[in-house]
Structures are given as C-alpha cells and as structure tokens.
Unconditional design. Sequence first.
Length: 256
Amino acid sequence: MRDLLTPTAKTLEAPSSKDIARTAMVVVLGFALYGLTVGYWRSPVMGVYVALKMPLLIALTLACNGLLNGLFGLLLGSGLGFRQSLHALLSAFAISALILGSVAPVTLFLALNFPEANSGQAAASHSVYLLVHTFLIGLAGMAGVIRLGKLLESYADSRVIAHSTLGAWIAGNAFLGMQFSWILRPFFGSPGLKVEFLRADLMNGSFYEAVWSALMQIYAKTPGGWVVPIMAAMLITALIFSIQHNQKRTKHHDRK
C-alpha cells in the first residue's frame, strides 16, 4: 500500500497499467466512502448520489485536463510524460482519498447526530456541516499536494522545475475542478431544496459567477463591504509575492 500511494522517482519512470488502475481504485473507493457520509445528512439517497459524484468529479477533472497536465510536465522540463503525469496526480488524489476515507466513520457519526434536515435548526446545522467538510477536504487536499510536491522534487532536475510544474498542475486542475463541482452540484444538499442527482439548471452560470455574485452582495448589503474585495486583492498579491520569493530562494539554493 505504501508503494502504491507514494511512488518513488524510480517507479514513476515507467508506471504500468496495473499500477495506475490500482491507484485509481483507491481514489474511487476513498472518495465514494467519504461522499456517502457527506450527503447522508440530507438523506440516504443523497448519500448514494454524492458517493457516485465525488469520484466522478476527480475522473472528469483528470480526463479533461490530462492533455494539459502532460504538456505542462514536458514543457516545464520535469521530464514527466502524459502517463507519468497521470500516475503522479492519481497518487496525490489517492493520499487525499485515503485520509477522507479514514475519517468517514467520524463524518457518518456527525451526519447521524446532527439536527435533521427538516428540523428548525436545519439552516444552522447545514452551515456547520458545510464548514466541517470544507475543512476536512482542504486538509486532505493539502496533504496530497505536499506529497505531490515531494515526488516532483525527487524526479525533476531542480526544485524550481518541480515547483513550477506543481503550480501549473494545481492551477489547471483547480480551475476545471471548481467548474465541474458547480455542474455536478448538489453535494451537501440544502435543506430547502429537494433531493436530486443534478440540478435542473446545471449548465446555468458558473462557479466563478457565483463567487463574484456573492462578493457583490456582501459589498452592496454589508456596511463596510468594500473591505472584502480589498482584503481578497491583498491576499492574492501577498500570495504571488510569496511564491516569487520562494522561487528565488529555491533557485539560489539549486545554484549552490
């Protein structure tokens, strides 16, 4: 299992179809098990729906972004081709899936003990439930990214190339994955809406339009709402400077 989830630079050179299939199976099982607990609070049927949609979200993101991931791997000098890039990314998702699958019993316990979706506390419960799962998914995703970064560092000629490839992969997959998550909604199941596999207006709007609309509502209705977009811009700027500073330090370290 350890070799399956954490391939070394040597095993990444020529991954077999069996290795890729086994890693993909871990991704499917882990995300399906966790997805069942995510939707179970709304209803058991919703749990089954989300158990199907979470692995589907990963599959659609990697399938549609596969060519771009392979091109980034080659153009940025990491030495990873299309098959190797797929195996590396699947390994990162497998780490996340293993973490989420391991906490599934805990999240199922939460789903069974939270106030029901038809109770008077449904709105507050939904908000807390959403925050808990967002935190868990973010934590598992961070663990996968860290492992992927270390794998790239062990394979690429320099840390600069490894970090550039990692950044390109994260940006591409996050951009597409967020939009697919919008199309495949709902995942958590809002108390006031009926249980369904997909929304009737699944192609109406986008994830980014929804985020922009939410920011504009905060700006328009909240006193001092103008602070939110300014803080967001400051955070993005700080992140960019942090990445650039880290790349300079890495490049200096490689020269030594």
